[in-house]
Structures are given as C-alpha cells and as structure tokens.
Design a protein around this ligand. Structure first.
Ligand code: THU
Length: 529
C-alpha cells in the first residue's frame, strides 16, 4: 500500500485572532473574515469540506465532507518559517531575532575578522536605497554593505566587480555559521549588484535559511524511507534538510498544476506544498479583491485534486499564520489557522474543535505512516478521523472481491414468487465475510432480504462490528446495474453500524461506495431512545 499525504499550506490564510493577538498588535485580525464576503470569493469545495464549520468561523454546511479543526500557534512567532516548523512538529520558544538598531559589535567584529573585510551601514535599510547610499564607498574601500530589515535577516550587498559572486556566497556561509543561538536570524541573504551609480541588483540573490535546530517530521519520514517532496518554498523554509525532491513554482496556480502532476505519480510519502501568493501578492499589499480571487482560483484546483486522490491518500489543507488584508497593517497577523483533513478513509464532519498547536498535523501524519514521532511535538487526531474501513486487516477482501461474492450468492436466492435474486456480502471489521441471499415465502410477509440474511447470520454468530456490505441484485439471469437496499434493511444497518459504514452498490467491475449516512440520512437510532 503506497500511502501518500498531500499537505497544502495556504500561506497566511488565518481564521481569526489568537487569544494573545494583543501582544502582537493584531487584535481583531481575521484574514478569512476579511475576504469571505467579497464578490470575488466563491469556494464551494472548501465550503463543502467544512471550512466554515470550523469553531469560531461560522456559516458552515449541513454535512461537511472533511474532518476539521481550528489550530492555535504555540511558537513565539508569526512568520512563515515559525509557522511551517510548527506544522512539521518543531515549536520555536523564542522569536527569530530582529535588529532594529543594527547587529551588535560581537557579531560584526567576528564577521569582519573571518571575512577579512570591513563592513558598512549595519542598520535596517531598503535594498535599493542601500546600494545607492553606500555603493560608491563600498567600491572604494572593499568593505561589505551589511543591512537588515524589520524581518530577521542579515543581508550582504556587494558589487560583482569588487566581490565576485562566489566570494560573496562564501561570506554568507560564514555569516550563517556565526549567526546561531541567540543570533540565529531566519535568513542570511546575498545581494549582489552591478553597473554604475545608482547601481542595479542582479538576479544572483541567494538565501541561506536557518537549518531547523531539531528534528521535524521531514527528518523522521526521510529516515523511515518515505519521500518528502517540496512544492514551492518548503525546501527553503527547511533549509533543504530532509527534502528528497523539490520543485520551484512561479505562482499559486503553477503550484497547483505541479501538485496535480505529482498526484498522478506513484510514490510513498509526503508532498508538502506552500502557496505563497496569498501572502506575498495579496496579504502584504492589503488587496482584498485579489486575495478573494486567489482563494476562488485555489478552490477550483482543489476540486481537481480531490478527483485525483487515491484510496490511501490523505489531503490536509492548512495555513501558517494570518495576513489580514483589511487591517491597516501590511504585516502578518497572529491568528488561528484552519485544518481540513480529507480522504476516502477520513470520516466526514468530525469536528476536532480548537487544538493547541499546528504540530498536531505533524503528529497525525507521522501516525498515518506508522513512524514514531520521537522528540517532535503534537498530538495526533488520526484515530478520531479515520473510518473503521481504514483499519481492516490487510488480507480482507477488496471491494471487487466482495461484490463478486455477493453476485455469486444470487445463485442461492430462494425467489419462486418475484424471481428477483439478490446476494449480499457483509464484511466485519475483523475481516470476516458473512453472506446472504433473499428468501421468500408463499405468504409474502415473512420474506427476508439478502442483506438482513447476512446481518442476522453474522449477529447470531456473535459478530457486532461491521465495515462494509456489497449488494448485487437483478431478475433471474441478469444482474442490474444497481440494486438499492430496501428501507427495512437500511434501518437494520443503522441498528448495527455507524454512519461511516460502507454500502457497495453495483455489479462486478462497476460498483460504487456509499456511506450509510448517504444511503439513510436523518437516521433514527437507539441514540434517540
Ligand atoms: N430484496 C432484497 O433481498 N434486498 C433488497 O435490498 C431489495 C429487495 C428482495 C426481496 C424480495 O425477495 C425481492 O428482492 C423482490 O422484492
């Protein structure tokens, strides 16, 4: 069985302020709230999955198709790296350091000593202004232009004719080595430029992310032999650590196309996707109509992704922080994020309420792959969400085999009055099959359907836990495309099975699974009594 998990991070799609939002000056922020009523927002797929059924969101559908939760962030940060690391099971107790007054002497002195070059600037600066204001001095002296921003970055600008790009990269590596522990900035960035005053930046920018200081689910998965496929900036966020393969993307839509292609491939492991346009293009630019449109675009792709899911796939949709486009701030916001878990074996409509940490996603994925979570954080919600059919023994018959058994059982039907023959094959959770056929009577009323024959045989043998039933019917000599169970049999199913019990209808080679809740909605059960 090739288990696959598709984990898609909608960058910045938060769903409302966290209880500590005031500490981050983010009271009232609600990214989804800011876009959901815009005319450009039309997301029937996510709506049907239960996006609006999530605690605190409001406006959900009657029977959502996914399991869902609201996740809080424990880490002391609201940036992309911190959010993704927490999703992957690594909690950051301290925020990444920022340097509004420039880097301290201990950092600069050591950097100068190890590079053999002096430094200029050393304060927060715009990237284009910094080369205009310090470029000529840099060319004269050979000193490196070191600057930062409101983010946790150590940036080094140098003219390509003064410091060859390879040498600049080496200086960045030195900085990356130095900037650890309490000075562990999120990124060191090489910013080469060229030409004459006022100069121009080249495309040789290079980022050196901080390597996650402890294991994440990616490390555990790759050690256990699973693939860890990155789409978009995931590879950069984890500094390439334990990423088996990565694809650069140019937009959200391109990222979705790449993901769809990966869905068509055979692999065993995790495909971890980041869609950054929500944040970079719309959130930071306070573009409500654009953000709403981008959600609509994603939702269309999501419909395609769902259609490509295989039986043993899980699909998880989440986010890494907020970036409310309707507040005056253009910065990230400290928000809860959504979690939608979807798959053939995932129960519909399980409301996991509000959970403590994004890292519950990591714990859930690791449990799904049967990998010990080691030192990583998080509490798995897998058991609450997987339907019983997911736990069937590996030698249990397949749907096709079950349908074939049901078809064969028609030969045993006793139907001198209707001549309509029905066979049933009932699969217990332990993997045992109980068969049945319909048995008629000259006085009609005592007639028993195939399904009830199977159920009563099983129950009289002491069996009470059921996973699936296959039903095949048709007039003597022909099998109909579809034989629906009668109302009485549905009620018997409801007596002994839960809403996720699977009913397989059709014929050998052409059948479909339904959940009992679809076959018999608004069930009256013993719970009511
Ligand atoms: N029948 C079943 O056995 N199962 C069903 O789900 C539908 C109907 C049988 C009862 C009767 O013997 C014959 O089909 C015609 O109603």
């Amino acid at each position: 069985m090739n288990k696959r998990v598709f984990l898609i991070v909608l960058d910045s799609v938060g769903i409302g302020e966290l209880p500590d939002a005031h500490l981050w000056h983010d009271e009232g922020s609600n990214t989804l709230g800011a876009i959901r009523d815009h005319i450009n927002f039309y997301c029937p797929v996510m709506t049907d999955m239960g996006l609006f059924n999530i605690e605190g969101v409001g406006g959900g559908v009657q029977s959502p198709s996914a399991s869902f939760a609201r996740l809080a962030e424990v880490s002391m940060g609201k940036d992309t790296t911190t959010g993704h690391w927490e999703i992957a099971g690594l909690i950051s107790e301290n925020p990444f350091p920022a340097y509004p007054d420039g880097f301290p002497a201990e950092v600069i002195d050591e950097f100068e000593r190890r590079t053999g070059r002096k430094t200029l600037c050393n304060k927060p600066y715009s990237g284009t202004d910094v080369i205009r204001d310090y470029g000529e001095e840099h060319i004269k002296s050979g000193a490196l232009i070191v600057y930062t921003s409101a983010d946790s970055v150590f940036q080094i600008a140098a003219h390509e004719s003064v410091v060859p790009v390879e040498e600049l990269y080496r200086y960045c590596e030195i900085a990356r080595e130095l900037l650890q522990g309490k000075h562990a900035v999120g990124r060191v960035i090489a910013r080469p430029f060229t030409g004459e005053y006022p100069f121009e930046r080249t495309s040789n920018r290079h980022d050196y992310s901080l390597v996650p200081p402890k294991d994440t689910m990616l490390d555990l998965l790759s050690r256990a032999g699973y693939e860890t496929i990155s789409v978009g900036k995931i590879k950069d966020i984890f500094a390439g650590k334990s990423i088996s393969e990565s694809t650069h993307i140019t937009s959200n839509n391109n990222g979705c196309e790449v993901t769809l292609d990966i869905m068509d491939r055979d692999f065993k492991g995790l495909c971890f996707v980041n869609l950054v346009d929500f944040d970079m293009v719309y959130g930071h630019r306070n573009d409500v109509p654009g953000y709403a449109r981008a959600m609509t675009d994603f939702d269309k792709y999501l419909g395609k992704m769902i259609a490509r899911l295989r039986d043993d796939d899980l699909l998880i949709i989440t986010a890494d922080h907020g970036c409310d486009p309707a507040t005056p701030s253009t910065d990230h916001s400290r928000e809860y994020v959504p979690m939608l878990l979807y798959g053939k074996h995932v129960r519909r409509g399980v409301d996991l309420k509000t959970r403590d940490s994004f890292s519950d996603i990591s714990a859930t994925i690791l449990e799904y792959f049967g990998v010990d979570q080691g030192e990583t954080s998080g509490h798995s919600f897998l058991a609450e969400c997987l339907s019983d059919a997911a736990f069937l023994p590996s030698d249990a018959p397949s749907d096709e085999e079950l349908v074939q058994i049901a078809a064969d059982m028609r030969n045993k039907a006793y139907t001198p009055y209707s001549n309509y023959k029905v066979g049933a094959a009932l699969l217990s959770k332990s993997g045992q099959v109980y068969t049945g056929c319909n048995i008629e009577s000259a006085t009609f009323t005592p007639t028993v359907c195939a399904e009830r024959t199977a159920f009563f045989k099983a129950i009289s043998e002491g069996e009470h836990e059921f996973a699936k039933i296959a039903i095949v019917g048709g007039r003597d000599g022909e099998i109909s495309d579809f034989c629906a169970p009668c109302g009485v049999c549905r009620q018997v199913m409801a007596e002994f099975c839960d809403e996720d019990f699977i009913v397989i209808l059709g014929r050998p080679g052409a059948h479909k699974e339904y959940r009992l809740s679809e076959v018999l909605p608004f069930i009256f059960t013993k719970k009511e009594l």
